[in-house]
Design a protein. Structure first.
Length: 505
């Protein structure tokens, strides 16, 4: 019996880079097949070929033994192949239901849009995902985690035979991940074949039957999960042993650089009334303070308040180097020495039409300007300096930023803000969608910046990450500060107890 999907000698070249180099392996019908590798290994490129996003490539793709070449995603969907992209692919102005059925709208007998029918069907899909979102809500009003679940509902609505999941849990909480795993188990019982791309090896070893490893665009190995170990797979991914990252030893925080006193953020029209309520803490120079909490706890909202980007003006006091500040716009925060790397890289972090270099220098073009004239040579040198300092893997500073892997896009964004020489760096889930090797590099970068005197406030949905990099960890639950732990005091159990208010302080 032939495999459901056979990938034969597939090669894909982009200007200046070979994304896939003679890749061959197969996927059996009904299996969950994991594809792993570092950022830039070619995972997403291969999945885009399988789903019709990229129609131009060398080699052969076979579906049920027949050679196919999808001209677009509609072609792939008609053949029973759908994809959930790592970067969200939703129309923000439309409702949840309209996004789920975009391009396949339901119509009544008169040919008019059947909005109620789509809302009912979308509601059923969301209930299957155990997601309590009103299908009439505009997608732009949802947090990233809920938008990810809308993407999953959209794919499920296609009733596909093959479902490609590209980092589907990257923005989900532990509870939402458990919910997704239950959905995956139901899909597998229905015979759906799932291709699962993830950097999280615990997920891979929990779900997969077989694991394919890509490195630098090449196929390295396909292993039976039962005969493999996470250490072995990690070594195949990176071509070297990843040493444990031990950070924070010997760091000596200095004076207070940021003080927050009684910070509250109103939530108009909501039963809870406050997104944040009476939050107080300090951040010192040369210190990394983590913000933990479940989805909806207020982690992102806290950073937005400090950056002048909150939906409404916050109440309370914020002091920067002992002086009270009240930012009405992110430009004021930037000028004062506060920088924010957002959690939503695609929508809020990148200028997708610009090059790598332009994304890095856009906030500091004045440094390359003389008498009102911009020096392209000086701007390119600024970008090259940052690329070299942060180890951004790119064909060159003139390459499109969208040609970079997710981890390297994130490094470029961090590099942009570091060029502003901030006193306080706000990092909102900075390693979301970043592979194990790149995570270790980002951790070391944070440690180095901290030792240079920068104060860093970082959120993360992964508790081991906060335990690795932080000097102190603050815990939010429903907008309130419910715990604060030093590095020595912090454990996953104590943080989770505070995040669910069982250990409220």
């Amino acid at each position: 019996m032939p495999p459901l999907i056979a990938i034969e000698h597939v090669t894909k070249r982009f200007p200046g880079v070979v994304a896939l180099d003679d890749v061959s392996f197969d996927i059996a019908e009904g299996e969950l097949h994991a594809v792993v590798g570092e950022n830039g290994a070619g995972k997403s490129t291969l999945m885009k070929i399988l789903s019709g996003v990229i129609p131009d490539y060398e080699g052969t793709l076979r579906l049920r033994g027949e050679a196919v070449r999808f001209a677009g995603t509609r072609d792939a969907e008609a053949a029973g192949v759908a994809i959930i992209h790592q970067e969200l692919n939703l129309v923000e102005q439309l409702s949840v239901a309209a996004n789920v059925f975009l391009g396949r709208e339901k119509r009544n007998r008169l040919g008019l849009l059947d909005d109620r029918g789509m809302e009912r069907a979308a509601g059923e899909l969301l209930r299957e995902l155990e997601c309590h979102v009103d299908p009439r809500t505009a997608v732009r009003e949802l947090r990233v985690g809920d938008q990810q679940l809308v993407e999953i509902a959209k794919a499920l609505s296609l009733q596909t035979d093959v479902l490609i999941m590209d980092e589907p849990t990257s923005a989900l909480t532990e509870a939402e991940v458990a919910r997704l795993f239950r959905v995956i188990d139901r899909l597998r019982r229905r015979g759906v074949t799932i291709l699962y791309i993830s950097h999280k090896l615990d997920e891979v070893f929990r779900l997969a039957g077989r694991i394919t490893v890509l490195r630098d665009g090449r196929h390295v190995a396909t292993l039976d999960r039962a005969a493999a170990t996470p250490r072995q797979v990690t070594h195949l991914m990176v071509g070297r042993e990843i040493e444990s990252v031990h950070l924070g030893g010997g760091r000596q925080p200095g004076e207070v650089v940021l003080a927050v006193e009684g910070l509250s953020l109103p939530w108009a029209g909501h039963a809870r009334q406050w997104r944040l309520k009476d939050v107080s803490f300090t951040l010192r120079r040369g210190e990394i303070v983590g913000i933990a909490g479940l989805m909806g706890a207020g982690r992102t909202e806290l950073l937005e308040c400090l950056f002048g980007a909150s939906p409404e003006p916050p109440q309370g006091r914020v002091l920067l180097e002992g002086r009270e500040v009240r930012f009405r716009h992110p430009a004021e925060a930037c000028a004062a020495g506060v920088a924010l790397v957002t959690e939503d890289r695609k929508r809020l972090g990148l200028f997708a039409q610009m090059s790598v270099g332009e994304n890095i220098t856009i906030c500091t073009l004045a440094e390359a300007t003389t008498a009102g004239l911009l020096s392209g040579r000086r701007e390119r040198q600024m970008a090259r300096d940052t690329v070299e300092r942060l180890g951004v893997k790119a064909p060159g500073v003139g390459a499109p930023v969208t040609s970079l892997s997710g981890g390297n896009q994130q490094k470029a964004i961090i590099g942009r803000w570091l060029r502003t020489r901030p006193k306080v760096l706000l990092l909102d889930d900075p390693t979301r969608g970043v592979d194990v090797g790149a995570k270790a590099e980002l951790y070391r970068l944070m440690d180095r910046l901290c030792r240079e005197g920068l104060g860093i406030l970082v959120t993360s949905s992964e508790l081991p990450e906060l335990l690795t990099v932080c000097d102190r960890i603050l815990v939010l639950c429903e907008g309130r500060l419910t715990g604060e732990f030093s590095r020595a005091e912090a454990t996953e159990q104590r943080i989770m107890e505070a995040a669910t208010q069982r250990g409220a302080q």
